[in-house]
Design a protein around this ligand. Sequence first.
Ligand code: PMP
Length: 437
Amino acid sequence: LQTHSLSLSLQAKMSRPVQARRLEGIDKNIWVEFVKLAATYSTVNLGQGFPDFPTPDFLKEAFMRALSGENHMLHQYTRAFGHPPLVKILAQYFGKLLGRDLDPMTNVMVTVGAYQALFCCFQAFIDEGDEVIIIEPFFDCYEPMVKMAGGMPMFVPLRPKAPKDGKLMSSADWQLDPDELASKFSKRTKAIVLNSPNNPLGKVFSRGELVLIADLCVKHDVLCISDEVYEWLVYDGKEHIRIASLQGMWDRTVIIGSAGKTFSATGWKVGWAMGPNRLLQHLRTVHQNSVYHCATVAQEAVAQGFQRELELYGKPESYFVQLPKELQQKRDWLVQSLDAVGMKPIIPEGTYFLVADISEFKSDVPDVPDSEPYDSRFAKWMVKNKGLAAIPLSAFYCEAHKNNYNHFIRFCFAKEEATLKAANDILQKWKGEKTSP
Ligand code: PMP
């Protein structure tokens, strides 16, 4: 009997391949590796994009009121496509920004972070063989999400132009070549993904650049998935322009936002998608049949956060006015620290990221031929030997282009003054070691 049950249990062990074909080639993930390295070795983590300063009190208090208040229904399911108070205030707030009446029930959908809004878009719109244009460098999940939906990502790079007079480069110096962009549009193109302000460069697309993209979308009847999670984080008086507000674009654009980035509460995972019902109805199908909805209490608190912001619209006390001011100062500190040691920063116009050129530090981590891009080996060496965590820029390029821009690393500056100071100390000490005999 014993031999029989042993042979049965051996037979019961699965031997057939289990992985669905759609996961082929997308199993590696930069964040798993770098988050682990940062946790193991870093003393100063400027890697992953999240603030280490506190979430604003008004938002935490709203959460606590929702959690412990009289309305015990806030602990139960709410409306699948968004908690009514949240979709209502989002429609009101963004309706004001976009200059159009938004219907909270059909033009807005709440998601589990911007991540899920992106996932819903690709699942809802992309068929086998459809092409999706992605602008490099890009937030890394766009590529696997397109592939999982059966689509073909088509990459077009932002090309850097050296600034004149030895000035520091700005993210505005990274631009699309209009002919190259136009050449990526074809009959098979279903959508383009736009991310302005852009992670990782911090580029804020100008009106001219957006008009170029919009005209191509209209000409080729293409959808625009517009990831605007850093919409409030623009500096030096720059303006964030919503591509959906350009002629012919509302009808073909899904705007994606994130309460995590908006209110410095990335762990809450509240995001949203906005657009015409013609598009959003398909996002609702994916959402209804996958996630259903995100935590009611968090949605209630975010609704109250937006209510406050509507009341303080444009005033100095508004968080959306204060946060970019504080972050611009942090950006300037980090720019100065990096520039002082010769790790040339590319000044970002927006977001809380900054990309820096590591060329002058190459002697510390020799460039031996390897399949791993140089910047990736450099970032690993830096966290292990200097305790400073950053993300290699090649992580934001497709496989074929990873070695084209492999001497840059990305820092996140949404950090406390003490964290940025500790980073500065590491850089100064490192520079000292390099120059001393
Ligand atoms: N889009 C971009 C460009 C991002 O940088 C991020 C987060 N790093 C997201 C989407 C995801 O946002 P969320 O945390 O709200 O899911």
